[in-house]
Design a protein around this ligand. Structure first.
Ligand SMILES: Cc1ncc(COP(=O)(O)O)c(C=O)c1O
Length: 393
């Protein structure tokens, strides 16, 4: 796919009115097709007779199909969620813990990857051990050294939100398998910018938000549980819509009974026909799959290379991976050599309509499919203004 005059080669997004959105690590832009789908869902609720039983039932089914296709697993193995936190808490509460078990996490990981396991200490006497990596993410030898006979599970992010480093997924997964440790992966900062085949990836549970690189609405996410791992988990809830359907209420009032054998949907978030969010989320996932995540990845990485190659290294340092390869993500972290200038530079960029993020004292730039090389060049021009972008505070 080639770009025209520096514009993104992927149409299908709103005109940003001269602004540049380089902050997908915070929120992805909703594709126009998904915005149309959201309007359709609003129309159903505005005229409630349009919210037919068939439409209501189709909402979770369409979303499961779209997500299953995106990551190459059966739709029936997808758990619907409203966040990444939902999925991480779900695994923490459903896992069959015994007193003395240990969970491994990375010190400094995104809080949602650490907090759910900390709760287990009081509840079940399960200890959370934080691996302090020598670099920015856990390496296979560090994981191997931290595993003990009590280790049951390792949880980490695929792409680290605070450094932009990606883990060596295959190698960490292999260490977990060697030691019979379950591997829970949070792909929130990766999926949509990186292809994923869950039929072969060495993970037991995969969790992602829907509102960043998947370009869905806020308050969306999903989980994939390997079916063999899922069978080990305890039930965590009894949702009437998973046990029966709204249709069942029509024929006769059936006495409520617990049902087993529900598969992945036993773990769905309540409100699975959440049409305002899940209809546009499904449309966004379908849109990305139709474009092909490999093409999106290549485009995003070309933008990352353009920024890294173009940045004045006399003035700025890049702290995320610089070389093209599996460890580099779509999150680029950089800093002025005088670090205290970063906040001012960030504010000047935002005032110029170039939206990046300020994280941990550095600036984070995160381009995605709606950005073109013109956006990168504009950010570079603003950063290279002959007089310093902004006076230090
Ligand atoms: C890696 C990672 N996980 C989780 C989240 C948050 O997810 P949620 O609020 O849906 O739990 C973020 C960012 O907000 C993130 O970067």
């Amino acid at each position: 796919m080639t770009s025209v005059a520096g514009l993104s080669p992927f149409p299908g997004f709103a005109d940003f009115g001269g602004r540049v959105w380089l902050n997908t690590a915070h929120q992805g832009a909703l594709p126009l097709a998904a915005a149309d789908a959201a309007r359709e869902a609003i129309a159903w609720k505005t005229l409630p007779f349009e919210l037919t039983q068939a439409r209501f039932d189709e909402v979770p089914m369409r979303l499961r199909r779209a997500l299953g296709r995106l990551v190459n697993v059966p739709a029936t193995d997808i758990v619907l969620a409203n966040s990444a936190s939902y999925g991480l808490n779900l695994v923490a509460s459903a896992f069959p813990w015994s007193t003395g078990d240990e969970v491994l996490v990375m010190a400094g990981d995104f809080p949602s990857d650490i907090l759910p396991w900390l709760r287990l200490e009081q509840q079940f006497g399960v200890k959370t051990v934080r691996i302090r990596p020598r670099g920015r993410v856990v390496e296979p030898d560090e994981l191997r050294a931290a595993i003990t006979s009590r280790t049951r599970l390792f949880c980490t992010t695929w792409v680290h939100s605070f450094s932009g480093f990606a883990i060596d997924l295959e190698a960490l997964g292999a260490v977990c398998r060697e030691h019979g440790v379950r591997f829970v992966l949070n792909g929130s900062q990766a999926l949509g910018a990186r292809p994923l085949d869950l039929a072969t990836a060495p993970v037991d549970a995969f969790i992602s938000v829907g509102f960043k690189w998947l370009c869905g609405p806020y308050g969306t996410g999903f989980i994939w549980l390997d079916p063999e791992f899922r069978r080990e988990l305890r039930p965590t809830k009894a949702y009437w819509l998973a046990m029966q359907t709204a249709e069942d209420l029509g024929t006769e009032v059936v006495e409520a009974e617990l049902r087993g054998g529900l598969g992945a949907r036993a773990y769905d978030v309540f409100g699975t026909a959440n049409f305002f969010n899940f209809v546009p989320f499904a449309a966004a996932a379908e849109f990305l799959t139709a474009l092909g995540v490999e093409s999106i990845r290549d485009h995003d990485q070309a933008l990352v290379s353009r920024f890294i190659d173009g940045l004045d290294r006399g003035r700025y340092l890049i702290t995320s991976p610089k070389d093209h390869g599996p460890r580099r993500s779509t999150l680029v972290f950089f800093s002025h050599k005088e670090k205290e200038r970063n906040r001012g530079i960030y504010e000047a960029l935002v005032r110029a309509g170039i939206h990046v993020a300020f994280r941990g004292g550095s600036i984070r730039l995160a381009p995605h499919l709606y950005n073109g090389s013109d956006d990168i060049d504009r950010a570079l021009r603003a950063l290279h203004e002959p007089c310093e972008p902004v006076a230090p505070k």
